[in-house]
Design a protein. Structure first.
Length: 277
């Protein structure tokens, strides 16, 4: 198990334990099952639901509404609204099995447990959504606040060849899969996207995962050919087929293979300049 997974497991355990203790003292004067094991059961059910919600709901939503870029304010508002709605769903989904465990199938018991948990757990559920969404966003950017972008020398260890003394930019990218090392010439690359702590190199119909940050890789590519169009995407301008206006001053581009990417306003001028060069 990697250190990041160990940290995540320890963090989740600490949150579950802390919420269990809080709910235990909150219920001590509020009636209902008061044993510590009962509170731990409720929190374990809730934690299991977050394990399901994270890959199925939260990660796709963060990809659809990233918390960076020009529209981060609008997207943050969207995530706050989703956090409140999902907190209600999570609270109800926790209340149903918890009530059935102690009282069997009883709509009244489910209603009472749900109402009680809306007082003790709803706000924490909304906070946990925002916390998970923030962590997912940081991983998409390729580095946490305590980490600096990978240095050029680090790229060799992460699968990228070091530039020769007489080279200014990369001519090929090494990709590793199933213990083998493949070589992708940079002229075959259509576009590159950030994916947590990795990048996905799109070359024709093939997709290659490379352990590197998007910024670190983009800095080693020819800026006249590979241009940043978004915090999470770099495109090969030789593959751009068409550019169209989009909302709020943004542009949308289409590559030769019909891939559609949005160009943020802050990247617009630099992209158009490279495209015109």
């Amino acid at each position: 198990m990697t250190s990041s997974r160990i940290s995540a497991a320890l963090g989740a355990t600490a949150v579950v334990t802390g919420l269990t203790i809080q709910e235990y003292f909150a219920r001590h004067w509020g009636g209902g099952p008061q044993r510590f094991q009962s509170m731990l059961l409720a929190q374990m059910i809730g934690a299991s639901l977050w394990l399901v919600f994270t890959p199925v709901v939260i990660i796709p939503l963060v990809r659809r509404f990233p918390l960076d870029g020009e529209r981060r304010g609008t997207h943050l508002t969207i995530h706050l609204a989703i956090a409140l709605a999902l907190a209600v769903v999570q609270t109800l989904a926790t209340a149903v099995p918890f009530a059935m465990y102690y009282y069997g199938w009883s709509p009244l018991a489910i209603r009472d447990v749900f109402r009680d948990r809306m007082h003790t757990a709803f706000a924490w559920s909304a906070f946990i959504y925002i916390l998970i969404a923030g962590i997912v966003q940081l991983r998409r950017l390729g580095a946490t606040p305590s980490e600096a972008p990978a240095k050029v020398d680090d790229q060799t260890a992460r699968g990228l060849p070091a530039a020769q003394a007489n080279e200014r930019f990369l001519r090929r990218i090494l990709v590793r899969a199933d213990g083998r090392i493949g070589v992708v010439p940079v002229e075959r690359v259509d576009w590159i996207e950030a994916a947590d702590n990795n990048v996905v190199v799109h070359a024709g119909s093939a997709k290659h995962i490379v352990r590197a940050t998007l910024s670190g890789l983009a800095d080693r590519l020819d800026p006249e050919t590979f241009v940043r169009v978004h915090r999470s995407a770099v495109v090969n301008v030789e593959r751009v087929r068409e550019v169209q206006p989009w909302y709020h001053g943004e542009l949308v581009l289409f590559l030769d293979d019909a891939t559609r990417l949005t160009i943020g306003r802050s990247y617009r001028d630099k992209f158009l300049s490279a495209l015109d060069g």
